[in-house]
Design a protein around this ligand. Structure first.
Ligand code: HCR
Length: 381
């Protein structure tokens, strides 16, 4: 039934929201949505999804061959998808509209060491407000692993769904025992937001994404929803091909939010049915004013408690303060300085790896993490 999940008092504002997105393409975050679809969580928290299975991340460093490292990276990547794309449905009942981060907003966290896997640290910074761009750096120094990436979105509307093209990429660097490094370029899947008509949006992944290793091994991951090869939502099939060959050495298939298998051995490849480890974040009262949970504290409380008037009042305060900041910067001729990242027009590592599988775009700008702070949750800009 249309609008089934929409509270009756918000049905007409949900209908006008849907109308506005149907004729819209660009930055969805700028559209005003009805309260029931608002999430109290900022987009700067999302990069934490990359590491909610820190053991699988650490295991990449323990693999001994180029092929085994590519398999370990694919296994870790597939195991992040459930968190990245279905966790809001589990936690909040449906996909929701995240808080749109302010320029310079920060999110720090870590996953503690356990059984010698090493501590993993997370630094996130909103490096652009319009359009929203989030940069992140995740590292496990004990294991010699670092993931650097940025994420932006281009949205359009097609056959009743929002189509989200993810802009950006991630590069994983692995320090090898012989003193060399291996890099992996991770491209991001395209998403479709379905269920809008009923007021209960959810994500389906579509098309193909890639993980290209500097060793030449390539994983191609094809995503399908209901009615395709397995006929089930959240299905994928991945092929791992050796350098210079299109003959797959390994094939995997299954559900990225449950279990998938190695097609040759029938053994389980990924299983994300066990609980994940949420990121550890310090107490809000000692946070810097730009740290996400402190910055949005009152707005988030309003949304959680259903006091939407308070939420909108507090949100306006933040937005007005930001507008004033931008005016002051312009008057003083001192543009905003990023805390942790430097914007560069092109990334030679991306360019070298994307060429290996004729990926697109052939060149892309990036945000390079500046090692001017130690990446611990206690760092203050
Ligand atoms: C599209 C989306 C904002 C971007 C979110 C991204 C792509 C961000 C990077 C993460 O690594 C993965 C990720 C997961 C989310 O699924 C995706 C969000 C889903 C909805 C949100 C829209 C801007 C909000 C649309 C509003 C609808 C629900 C009415």
């Amino acid at each position: 039934v249309a609008g089934e999940a929409v509270p009756s008092s918000q049905k007409s504002s949900w209908a006008s929201f849907l109308k506005s997105i149907a004729s819209f393409s660009g930055d969805l975050s700028s559209l005003t949505a009805p309260p029931f679809i608002l999430s109290p969580i900022s987009l700067t928290e999302f990069p934490a999804y990359w590491c909610e299975r820190p053991g699988l991340f650490a295991a990449i460093a323990d693999a001994k061959t180029e092929q085994d490292r590519s398999i370990a990276v694919l296994k870790w990547f597939i195991s992040t998808l459930k968190g990245q794309y279905t966790s809001r449905n589990e936690k909040l009942g449906s996909e929701k509209k995240p808080l749109n981060p302010v320029l310079g907003e920060l999110f720090y966290g870590h996953w503690p060491d356990q059984d010698g896997r090493g501590q993993t640290n997370l630094v996130v910074e909103q490096v652009s407000h319009h359009p929203p761009i989030t940069a992140y750096y995740i590292c496990n120094p004990t294991k010699g692993l670092a993931l650097q990436g940025h994420s932006a979105q281009k949205t359009s509307f097609s056959s009743g769904s929002i189509v989200v093209k993810q802009i950006g990429h991630a590069i994983l660097t692995v320090d090898l025992d012989d003193g060399n490094t291996e890099q992996f370029l991770i491209t991001l899947p395209r998403l479709r937001i379905d269920g809008l008509w009923y007021g209960s949006p959810y994500i389906e992944l579509t098309e193909t994404s890639y993980i290209q290793s500097s060793s030449g091994w390539l994983s191609s991951i094809e995503y399908k929803g209901k009615g395709y090869f397995s006929g089930r939502s959240h299905s994928y099939k991945a092929l791992l091909t050796p350098p210079g060959s299109s003959n797959p050495a390994k094939k995997y298939e299954g559900l990225w939010h449950e279990v998938s298998k190695d097609l040759d051995t029938d053994e389980v490849f990924t299983d994300v049915t066990s609980p994940k480890e949420e990121v550890t974040v310090g107490p809000v009262d000692v946070m810097h004013d730009f740290e996400s949970r402190k910055l949005w504290k009152h707005v988030a409380r309003g949304i959680r408690e259903g006091d939407y008037e308070a939420a909108s009042r507090e949100k306006s305060k933040i937005e007005n303060e930001q507008r004033q900041r931008r005016r002051d910067e312009q008057t003083a001729g001192t543009p905003w300085q990023q805390w942790h990242f430097e914007h560069v027009e092109s990334d030679p590592v991306y360019e070298r790896l994307v060429k290996l599988f004729n990926g697109a775009p052939p060149t892309e700008d990036t945000y390079v993490y500046q090692h001017n702070h130690s990446a611990t949750p206690s760092i203050k800009p």
